[in-house]
Ligand binder design. Structure first.
Ligand code: PLP
Length: 362
């Protein structure tokens, strides 16, 4: 018998769900670790619910022999992991003001500026405090800039119980191999690290590489690599599927969906799918994407609405109840992203909480 709390998990009852292949995730970890140089280790970036894949379940697959740290964006994401029994070191990219809450929970703050550093130094008056210090090497967003280094050095020198365990930066254009800005940023990072070092401030650990830089083998021996998207895509981990819940034949000239943006040009078999933009199937994919049914591609016709999508299966031998792949198999997140005018990251993060995740291969 299934009670309401069982059913709330959703994947028992809802045909629309995201299957998460834990084996693929684990193999992706192995593949990334295998390409790291001597002494380098992996920081698995599981922010934003592991890019929509399920942070807690995936964190459980991050074994300490392969993953040195888990990286998240928010203190709250890190606390949720601790509550769930995850014991690996966790780095929060930040920002955060509750440094003491982080330290209480064995969470490492990635300090993003002098103001946050001042809070960390204040906290370190009463306790040992380990941090990673973020430098802005040219992205202009988070991190300490060169003109702030003197203040930063002063703060750190006056906080003997503050430990800078890592120094890091983030690259803006690592996914564009021809772009010289990556080299500019690395040179700037090295210059800033040299200024700190000359003043007696250094860390045992440095890290600069995201997925793109890691796949380009820009990780330097001994540095850590902060890898997110590649953990989910080297071998695809998410397969987002649904089923045909209504199948009908419409005459030539019939209108479909809000705004009647599509009219059949022939007698057509139209399948309706129980997924919509409230699930993260983006409205920009209206009349502008394909799904897979029985291994064949069927075009989305008409507008994507909140809860429903319509596809043309006239040329496919489709039946009511057939499985439909929205994302997965030959449909990549990059393909959907290109059609929706965005990037794969936003497609993954956009798969909403309404879509049940089912974990396979655990
Ligand atoms: C998100 C993030 C990453 C991971 O980036 P990917 O491109 O997904 O590998 C690494 N470092 C920081 C600071 C981030 O915010």
């Amino acid at each position: 018998m299934s009670g309401p709390s069982d059913l709330a998990a959703g994947w028992r009852t809802r045909p629309t769900r995201a299957d998460i292949d834990l084996g693929a995730f684990s193999r992706n970890i192995d593949a990334i670790v295998a390409r790291l140089p001597n002494g380098s280790r992996l920081i698995a970036v599981l922010k934003a619910n592991a890019y929509g894949h399920g942070a807690i379940e995936l964190a459980r697959r991050c074994t300490p022999d392969r993953v040195a740290m888990i990286g998240v964006a928010l203190l709250e994401e890190a606390l949720e992991m601790r509550r769930s029994g995850i014991t690996l070191p966790i780095l929060v990219f930040g920002s955060m003001t509750a440094i003491d809450v982080a330290l209480d929970n064995d969470i490492t703050p990635g300090v993003v500026g002098p103001e946050e550093l001042a809070i960390a130094c204040e906290v370190a008056r009463h306790r040992d405090a380990g941090i990673h210090l973020k430098l802005d090497s040219g992205m202009g967003r988070m991190g300490v800039v060169e003109s702030e280094l003197a203040d930063v050095i002063e703060l750190i020198r006056n906080a003997p119980r503050l430990r800078v365990d890592g120094i890091y930066t983030h690259l803006a254009n690592a996914d564009e191999p021809e772009d010289s800005f990556t080299g500019t940023q690395i040179a700037q990072f090295d210059r800033m690290v040299a200024v700190l070092r000359a003043a007696g401030v250094d860390a045992p650990l440095h890290h600069i590489a995201n997925s793109a830089a890691t796949m380009r083998d820009l990780v330097r021996p001994g540095d850590y690599a902060r890898v997110g998207i590649a953990l989910y895509t080297l071998e695809p981990v998410m397969r987002w599927r649904t089923e045909i819940v209504r199948l009908k034949t419409l005459p030539r000239g019939a209108a479909i969906g809000y705004g009647t943006t599509f009219h059949t040009s022939r007698e057509s078999r139209i399948a309706t799918l129980p997924a919509g933009y409230a699930d993260g199937y983006r409205r920009a994919l209206s009349n502008n994407a394909e799904v897979l049914i029985r291994g064949k591609r069927a075009p989305v016709v008409g507008r994507v609405s909140m809860d429903l999508v319509t596809v043309d299966v006239t040329d496919i031998d489709a039946a009511l109840g057939d499985e439909v792949v929205l994302l997965g198999d030959s449909i990549t997140a990059d393909e959907l992203a290109a059609k929706a005018g965005t990037i794969s990251y936003e497609i993954f993060c956009g798969v909403t909480a309404r879509v049940p995740r089912r974990y396979l291969g655990g």
